[in-house]
Design a binder for this molecule. Structure first.
Ligand SMILES: Nc1ncnc2c1ncn2[C@@H]1O[C@H](COP(=O)(O)OP(=O)(O)OP(=O)(O)O)[C@@H](O)[C@H]1O
Length: 558
């Protein structure tokens, strides 16, 4: 249109570095991070991140290089979320559950120039470096993060012989950094800010590239989704290495909130931190909610006020949602993938649902909902015709997203990127239905759905029923290969402490609540293997079910 000029006055690449710079002014004296006895203000956080950025730059890291981190939810990881992009580099936070061999693969894949490593994971990092050394791969520089000063007694006696180890130390690096360093904002908002590897539930982790623009929008969406007003107090239960803490690392800075860090997630730590710091918000996969509701009564403390909890990463069983509300938490359910910067949908709550019985409310809340404000479109489509499925709560299709908070692509895997974006939508690989009110509900991952005698069986639907059995703590269902049926449902169940149930009881319970073909034919009682993002490793269970062999060979046809 005539009369317009696009210039730096009105068009600046979106970057969330500005969130920190603003918070240091508006909330300068307020707590930004607390961790045990250590705390920082937003002014200090800006100063420390600026010095960190300058130190990274001085180490020869160029714009666009990857800087990796292997650490739990400690202050340093929070600072790296700003310090690394402020140096112009790309942050790759690695999953702390990986072993040395996987870490070496990811470091090689990302060509990381530096690896920041928490003392607790130093042996994993050193193991990874040894593997890389033997295969003549370029090695990243190691920077060791010791326990913060006031918590130092817990550093398990690790000290550094700085002269001989060749390993740098995090606090030394910050001390040497230049406070006058000119922060390197992105030239283009499409420039990568972070590289997040997927959880590796279905295959090897894929390197998902986030842009400054996408992260900026998803961080704002996260603030809205969590209904965060200014000065929230956020307890970190979501690993910051997972989708950058669902982008809340940056979102909390936007609102000048306090980040309550904790090295590990325990029921005691959660309740203690909530009452000590008057926590207002937290997030966590359903496994975290499970820890909370099943914690012993001497650990549970009354909440000082309502705590808003965002859950996602796996389907939260209605039973758990119901019990969380009883304890005084207010739970919001979100769904997404690493490829959608974490949260992509939200089960927006409507006031008219408040009058429903609590179990009915929990059932509604366990639906995955609608797209959040910053992702343009969400749909369920037939992946072959790309036509939308009818909103009849019955027809199954693939969940697809489109918008500015979908990844740039998979690092060094153009073929996988092209496949993911086939048809002009991001194809999630998740199957679901659309309800008449437009809310979506996941039925399964396309790789997990069981096809038994030609019938589709949603493992999620079956798991929700098993979960509602009073003796069950955790459950997962996979297909057991079968010569006659193709597959039969096989349930892996962990019982609550002090409770008992037999295979036949679980099967009968399912028969009471579901059509006959959906009930499991096999029930195995054992601990379920989890990824560090709280998902059950169904690939491990599928292997076990496969090893059991076909049921139809062993028994007469049912
Ligand atoms: N609220 C939710 N309800 C049900 N499932 C969810 C929810 N949120 C996330 N998921 C599941 O998690 C998946 C995304 O997980 P993530 O991106 O962490 O890696 P992954 O898909 O587990 O790993 P990989 O792609 O390497 O197998 C989604 O595709 C979906 O299957």
């Amino acid at each position: 249109m005539e009369g317009t000029i696009r210039c730096s006055a009105n068009y600046v690449p979106l970057t969330l570095i500005s969130f920190l710079q603003r918070s240091a002014i508006v909330y300068g004296d307020r707590a930004s991070i607390v961790y045990g006895n250590v705390s920082y203000t937003w002014r200090q956080t800006l100063q420390r991140c600026t010095k960190l950025a300058s130190a990274i730059f001085q180490l020869g890291v160029s714009r666009g290089d990857v800087v990796a981190a292997l650490a739990p939810n400690i202050p340093a990881v929070y600072e790296l979320h700003f310090g690394v992009p402020m140096s112009g580099a790309i942050l790759s936070t690695l999953n702390t559950r990986h072993d040395s061999s996987m870490i070496s693969l990811l470091l090689k894949h990302s060509e990381a120039k530096i690896l920041f490593v928490d003392y607790q994971f130093l042996h994993i990092a050193k193991g990874a470096i040894d593997i890389m050394f033997k295969t003549n791969t370029n090695l990243p520089l190691l920077v060791l993060i010791l326990e913060c000063a006031d918590n130092a007694s817990h550093s398990h006696g690790i000290t550094l012989n700085k002269a001989s180890s060749g390993i740098l130390e995090y606090e030394d690096l910050i001390a040497k950094g230049d406070l006058q360093f000119e922060v390197r904002k992105p030239n283009d908002e499409w420039d990568p800010i972070s590289l997040n590897y997927t959880s590796g539930t279905t295959s090897n982790p894929k390197g998902v590239i986030y842009s400054h623009r996408g992260a900026y929008l998803n961080a704002l969406a996260a603030v809205l989704l969590n209904e965060m007003r200014s000065l929230p107090v956020c307890l970190w239960c979501v690993p910051m290495f997972h989708c950058n803490g669902w982008c809340l690392t940056w979102g909390v800075a936007a609102q000048g909130g306090t980040n309550v860090c904790q090295r590990s997630v325990t029921a005691k730590g959660i309740f203690d931190n909530i009452s000590r710091h008057k926590v207002t918000h937290m997030g966590g996969a359903p496994i975290v909610l499970n820890i909370i509701v099943n914690s012993p009564s001497h650990v549970k403390k009354p909440l000082p006020s309502k705590v808003a909890v965002m859950t996602g990463g796996a389907t939260p069983p209605p039973e758990i949602l119901f019990k969380m509300e009883e304890l005084g938490f207010s739970v919001t359910h979100s769904y997404g993938l690493t490829e959608t910067y974490g949260p992509g949908t939200i089960c927006v709550w409507k006031p008219e649902w408040d009058i429903l019985p609590q179990d009915a409310q929990a059932k509604i809340k366990s639906r995955q909902g609608v797209n959040h404000l910053c992702i343009d479109e969400l749909d369920i489509k037939d992946p072959v015709t790309m036509k939308s499925v009818p909103a009849d709560a019955k027809t199954i299709g693939e969940v697809m997203f489109r918008g500015n908070t979908v990844m740039n692509g998979y690092l060094k895997d153009l073929k996988a990127t092209e496949e993911a974006f086939e048809g002009g939508w991001f194809c999630s690989g998740d199957l679901g239905v659309k309800h008449p009110d437009g809310y979506i509900e996941l039925m399964d991952r396309s790789k997990d759905i069981i096809i038994s005698g030609g019938e589709n069986i949603s493992t999620m639907e079956l798991e929700a029923v098993i979960f509602s059995h009073p003796a069950v703590l955790d459950a997962a269902v996979v297909g057991r290969p079968d010569d006659y049926w193709g597959e039969t449902p096989c349930a892996f169940v962990k019982l609550k402490e002090g409770c008992s149930a037999t295979e036949q009881e679980i099967i009968q319970f399912c028969l009471n609540h579901l059509p006959r073909y959906m009930a499991p034919r096999t029930v195995v009682f054992e601990d379920l293997p989890k990824t560090s993002t709280g998902k059950t490793q169904k690939n491990v269970l599928k292997e076990k079910a496969k090893a059991m062999g076909s049921l139809s060979k062993n028994t007469s046809r049912l």
